[in-house]
Design a protein around this ligand. Structure first.
Ligand SMILES: [Zn+2]
Length: 537
């Protein structure tokens, strides 16, 4: 039997059999019998052939059980690694914490370097502060493991900066001191996004520790400004498109969460158009006892036009917005119907008695695939405690519209601006309205039949023995759209965070279960991706 045939046989076995241990023994038997055959027929040197077969066996077989056992036996090391990372207050929104953020990037780079990765800390320039000063942005860490052109190359994106957190915000434990309570690891950044980044690193490390070749080349792009809008990253991605990113086949993002206790793959996110609507009148704030009744008040005008954005039942009243939305297909309806989602749990979690929609499909559809308007606040309004009798001279409303296919931010900008000016004109107010769109992030959506998602389903099946929920994210992860637009590569979002992890909120946590099983999921996923046929890249 020639080597090619042996190789194929071995590969075939490895891909098909779930019982790894049993398979290993079988394989050993096959190898031995083949060896005896070959030896008798061709008089080959036994030690040489045996070592060749061993090498083939190591390269081809996916020894999931061994890898999973390795992960289980290193659980405490992984928790300690997370503890070390959470202890670094890498809050990207607080300029005073910038030294910690720089240290976070260094620590990340060092960990990857110690694993033998080709690591770079990429300078992405400076950030201009409102006071005119500049501040160095945290460098972006890039790393590469494996450089085999016969294999696929995946690029894992993650971030190691965090949202602000203080004990007095209402945390039950010190936010930067990882605290284990009944298997939940509480700490700022635990779920968003430090544990998922570590899980990816540990997945690579597990292969290395067991001397198993990585099934695909693995690259990392890890940034430190995600929580404040990924300042500098877009330019870096554009700059590295033809270098670091040129041989990347697939991009993997694990910066979101499951919807329930069932693992999930995320195939879409909403975009966001964020608006300021400013109404200005008198040249200064006035006293309502002195001027009230004489002045046409900016706040009254502003509230009046804000009230025309959305109806009490959630209908967006801006002409053209609803018409642009892709219609709900029967297939989608069926998918939503199959998703595990408990309405009562959801209500309890957020503390409300009633939701906008009373059935699962409508609710999920309006969370994921329909736009919505949210009014966030009014700058210039009196909001302190007490009873100040002011007439604010200028007020600016902040509101946003979550974007879905096939809405276009440029069109939404025009629709909103025209509409607000038309309703404002009807008020015949002498005040001045100014509408600006300050963020125009597009939605992101992919085909769940793509081989990347097939591979995801297979990995979830192997690790959790169930099918994943295919879900969309109501929020915005603009980097997905940037990666897609700039590199043209396919992207998958593979979360490991729990549905109740409290991202951006008090008492953020990551469960040991999600962290450890998530690491196994990434290990299994790398193997599944290696099976994707070249033609489907
Ligand atoms: Zn995040």
């Amino acid at each position: 039997m020639n080597l090619a045939v042996l190789l194929q046989t071995n590969h075939h076995n490895a891909n098909q059999d779930a019982e790894i241990q049993k398979r290993k023994k079988q394989r050993a038997k096959v190898c031995l019998s083949e060896e005896t055959d070959t030896q008798s027929r061709e008089k080959m040197n036994i030690p040489v052939l045996f070592s060749v077969l061993l090498v083939i066996s190591t390269v081809q077989a996916f020894q999931y059980t061994e890898l999973a056992q390795y992960v289980d036996s290193h659980e405490e090391d992984y928790v300690e690694a997370l503890r070390d990372w959470v202890a670094i207050e890498s809050d990207s929104s607080n300029v005073l914490k910038r030294p910690d953020l720089h240290r976070m990037m260094e620590v990340t780079a060092l960990k990857l370097r110690l694993m033998g990765g080709a690591v770079e800390l990429v300078d992405i320039g400076e950030q201009e502060l409102p006071n005119g000063q500049t501040l160095a942005l945290p460098k972006v860490v890039t790393a590469q493991f494996g450089n085999d052109s016969t294999k696929h190359t995946v690029c894992v994106y993650g971030h190691v900066d965090v949202q602000p957190a203080k004990l007095e915000d209402g945390w039950a434990t010190e936010p930067y001191n990882l605290t284990d309570i009944r298997g939940n690891l509480y700490g700022r950044g635990a779920s968003d996004n430090k544990a998922p980044v570590l899980a990816w690193i540990h997945a690579v490390e597990a292969y290395q520790a067991l001397n198993m070749e990585l099934p695909v080349n693995v690259k990392f792009v890890i940034e430190g400004m995600e929580e404040t809008g990924s300042n500098g990253l877009d330019a870096m991605i554009v700059a590295q498109r033809d270098t670091f990113l040129s041989d990347v086949d697939y991009i993997i993002i694990s910066d979101c969460g499951w919807l329930s206790r069932r693992p999930a793959l995320t195939y879409g996110t909403r975009g966001n158009c964020y608006f300021y609507a400013e109404v200005g009148g008198p040249k200064q704030d006035l006293h309502s006892g002195v001027y009230g009744g004489a002045v046409i008040e900016p706040m009254t005008d502003l509230i009046g036009i804000l009230d025309t954005l959305i109806s009490p039942s959630g209908n967006i009243l801006i002409p053209g917005i609803r018409e642009a939305v892709a219609p709900l297909t029967d297939e989608e309806w069926k998918m939503y119907q199959d998703i595990q989602f408990d309405m009562d749990n959801y209500k309890n979690k957020i503390g409300v008695d009633q939701l906008m929609y009373s059935n699962k499909v409508d609710l999920l559809a309006h969370l994921w695939r329909y736009p919505t308007v949210t009014i966030h606040g009014i700058e210039g309004a009196f909001s302190d405690p007490g009873t100040k009798t002011v007439i604010p001279a200028k007020v600016t409303a902040k509101f946003s519209i979550r974007q879905v296919p096939n809405m276009e931010p440029a069109m939404v900008k025009k629709q909103v601006t025209d509409y607000l000016h038309s309703v404002f004109a009807k008020r015949k107010s002498p005040n001045k309205l100014k509408v600006t769109m300050v963020i125009g992030a597009k939605p992101w959506l992919v085909d769940t039949q793509h081989p990347l998602y097939e591979a995801g389903r297979a990995a979830v099946k192997r690790v959790f023995d169930m099918d994943p929920d295919l879900i969309r994210e109501g929020g915005t992860i603009p980097i997905a759209k940037t990666f897609q637009d700039v590199t043209g590569k396919s992207i998958i979002m593979m979360p490991i965070g729990g549905f109740d992890d409290g991202l951006h909120s008090q008492n953020e946590k990551m469960s040991r279960y999600n962290y450890i099983e998530g690491t196994k999921l990434f290990i299994a996923y790398l193997n599944e991706v290696s099976k994707i046929k070249r033609t489907s890249v």
